[in-house]
Design a protein around this ligand. Sequence first.
Ligand SMILES: [Zn+2]
Length: 417
Amino acid sequence: MQRSVQPTSEAIRAGNRARIVDILRRSGSATRAELVTGTGLSRATVSSLIGELAGRGLVSELAQPAADSPGRPPTRLALNRAAGLAIAVDVGVRHVAVAVGDLSRSVLAERWVPVPYGHPAESGMHLVMRSIETALAEAEADRDQLVGAAISIAAPIAPDSGRSLAPGVLPGWNGPELAEQIGRRWGIATIVENDANLGALGESVAAAPHGRDLLYVKVASRVGLGIAFGSRIHRGNDGYAGELGHVTADPEGPACWCGRRGCLELYAGAEGMLERLAGRGIPIGNIKDLILRAEAGDADVLAVIEDGTRLLARSLGALALVLNPSVIALGGELAGLGPLLLDPVRAELAAVPFGAPITVRASVLGPRASLMGALALVLHESGRFAAQACAPPTPNSGRLAAVPAVASRSLQPSSPR
Ligand SMILES: [Zn+2]
């Protein structure tokens, strides 16, 4: 099917540009005809957008293969790896992580720095800025190659302002200050996003095409949920989608910081589990020790864990009926419980009466899910960054449209997993 879309505004044009970038990113390379078919745009519009992207050095013509076949094959276009780099930042409870990746989804540099629990935001921000500088140097990246940056924070985030909507597990970190610093320092669009949302996007992209409609459950100190349907984050009306941790598990239960009683995360999150155990005279210091005690078969610990995972499984069963996902990926530190967490969820989901079986598995990216999701956000939702990326003239403009064959080969992404 082919239809003509006349770009009537910069917004439409940015969206169409992003569709072309998306096809090239997914398929590695494409001819102009394939882009016309893939986008449904007219040939003239595709040519105009390609010209614009090539002018900015974002797209290159691949070198022609050796002439051992008759006729000249149509020119293939690919993303210029060097022209589009993204910065990802993950601010965790006990770590700060930074990655630099390219448009073909390759990670060029990645740094993880452990930080003490409750680390103050101010020193943490310095650490993030230093880590980005080091990672960019490792990746041999130039400032004018950067497309944008995304920051993962463990709190619900307002999609428009990037501001934290509720106290997260990271006191003092509310998002915009760090985004402003990064934006100012490197002159790029910087977006703050909830960690579970990014985990969902990261898992969905990593599992493509099988993880198209994916729920990512982050079971750590608290319980978060990310929804990535069609490999797009679902944020809800004002950024609160995925507050699974505050579904009521027991209306008569203990008070939650959100103002209600008996929220799911008080049972299924590690903080709640540790508190319940402490209340029974069993003090355990941290999640690692909790998992070790469970593995050692401590009956009291196992009882609290079984209670929490049963309630989590029941909530996910209800959610699956509402949302019909293809995959539920369980991540976060409590994913270290392995079958103790996965088995009850699998049993509950196997009992969902409708539709194809839902795959329930541990996160394939593990602790890197939110960081990789942050890279994916810049590279996958490039439309959000494209307006800024294409608006001002930069030293990048006028870059050569053709790149050497060796560089061209490095443009090929691995086939979708
Ligand atoms: Zn609550």
